[in-house]
Design a protein around this ligand. Structure first.
Ligand SMILES: [Zn+2]
Ligand SMILES: [Zn+2]
Length: 426
């Protein structure tokens, strides 16, 4: 009993000291004791303390709260402005953040140090939550989400500004590229760097279309976003097809106003529109983290390569050399990519290889490789930069005439069904 009495006295003593120190609002008074009692708002705690203290003869000072400078008085106003910003945007979750001015930070520091309690809630935390509650009440739906909010509001009281950013929409799937000559993503014109020039017919692009540009438009329009990015699990050469079950990718739609889109229907429409060039498999909503997962996984690949020889090669010699290549291949960064990749030597495994001799100057190879092995250089030797190589071992110049990726190892990637679904999306 006496312990309880001491606690109550401590609370009242601290609250009394806060009241006497300067004008203070109920929110700031209450949040010094935020962790006392369940189901109360800080303003209610503050009001109750103020009432009791007034009954004891201690009353507060009039004026604007010296700690928050009246920040809490404008909670409803900020919530209303947030609602205006959110107009026409589909969302299930939100998060508020406030940019405290140096003056507010200083006042809050002083306040929490001078009236140290074990039960206080920081100003930022209390304000963000209160605006959130008011926003939710006005909007009539939505819940706070600390990690993947659909809408993130930032309030800047000093500049009297509020901004919102919309969580991108992420969809995981696989694509097949059925034709050669298309890069995976938009490729800026080499001459003008994307500004537009005569050489690129003022498109700013090196290639008229890309896998990204063939897949993205209907999703971008459906979600009413601002831009779309295709994040691939690696990329095939522009002149290589991507066959088999396709290459995993995540399609990101930036700033989508709509989240309730039907990826299956959009994939079907996309396949109809891009028929003969690109196909996408079933798409599913995933969380942002899947982008890193897909980009960082170095999946094993299987290639089919049509190879041409400059001199005649015997059937048996081809079979022997191809069998001998299975194992570790040392590759110095190929000359064709040296301008954009660090020059170093990598060891990659050729896991399995099969050769079909078609003529003395032509063969078909099926190569199962560790992720990151350069197949064209494995065949040509790249002027001695890849060792061993088909050309080097045969003693005959050899080049890849046609290349297809026929498999990107499915077991390197989580089953689509296992991927975390973007919370709040049906
Ligand atoms: Zn205050
Ligand atoms: Zn150009």
């Amino acid at each position: 009993m006496s312990e309880d009495r001491t606690r109550v006295e401590t609370i009242l003593t601290t609250a009394g000291a806060i009241l006497r120190a300067g004008p203070i609002c109920d929110e700031c008074l209450g949040r010094a004791f935020a962790r006392l009692g369940h189901g109360f708002a800080n303003a209610e705690r503050g009001q109750a303390l103020r009432t009791i203290l007034a009954m004891q003869g201690t009353s507060g000072k009039p004026g604007t709260c010296w700690v928050c400078d009246g920040l809490f008085d404008r909670v409803d106003d900020w919530a209303q402005r947030a609602l205006t910003l959110a107009e026409g945007i589909e969302f299930d979750s939100y998060l508020f953040g406030v940019r405290l001015t140096p003056r507010l930070k200083q006042a809050e520091k002083l306040f929490s140090e001078r009236f140290k309690t074990e039960t206080a809630e920081p100003l930022k935390h209390a304000f963000n939550r209160e605006v959130g509650k008011a926003f939710e009440a006005l909007a009539g739906h939505g819940t706070v989400d600390l990690t993947h909010p659909h809408l993130s509001f930032i309030i800047d009281p000093e500049r009297d500004e509020i901004g919102v950013s919309i969580l991108s929409l992420y969809m995981y799937g696989r694509y097949r590229k059925l034709v050669r000559g298309i890069p995976q993503t938009r490729w800026p014109c080499r001459k003008c760097g994307g500004a537009g020039c005569e050489q690129c017919s003022f498109t700013g692009k090196q290639y008229p279309e890309s896998v990204e540009e063939l897949i993205a438009p209907l999703f971008l329009a459906g979600a009413d976003g601002t831009e779309a990015h295709l994040h691939g699990a690696g990329r095939e050469d522009i002149d290589a097809r991507m066959l088999g079950s396709g290459r995993p990718f995540v399609l990101e739609i930036v700033s989508p106003k709509k989240r309730q889109i039907d990826p299956t229907a959009l994939a079907e429409a996309t396949n109809a529109a891009s028929a003969g060039k690109v196909e996408v498999g079933p798409l599913r909503f995933v969380a942002r983290e899947t982008v890193a997962l897909v980009k960082e996984t170095h999946a094993e690949k299987t290639y089919r390569a049509m190879v041409s020889f400059s001199d005649a090669v015997e059937r048996q010699a081809l079979a022997d050399v191809v069998a001998s290549l299975v194992g570790v291949i040392e590759q110095r960064t190929p000359r064709r990519v040296a301008h954009r990749r660090a020059d170093l030597v990598r060891s990659r495994r050729l896991i399995d290889a099969e050769a079909t001799w078609l003529s003395s100057q032509k063969a078909e190879l099926v190569l199962h490789t560790e992720g990151g092995l350069y197949v064209k250089e494995l065949v040509s030797g790249d002027a001695g930069r890849t060792v061993p190589s088909l050309s080097g071992q045969l003693g005959v110049p050899a080049v890849v005439a046609e290349l297809d990726v026929v498999d990107v190892a499915a077991d390197s990637f989580p089953d689509v069904a296992d991927l975390k679904i973007d919370p709040g999306v049906a």
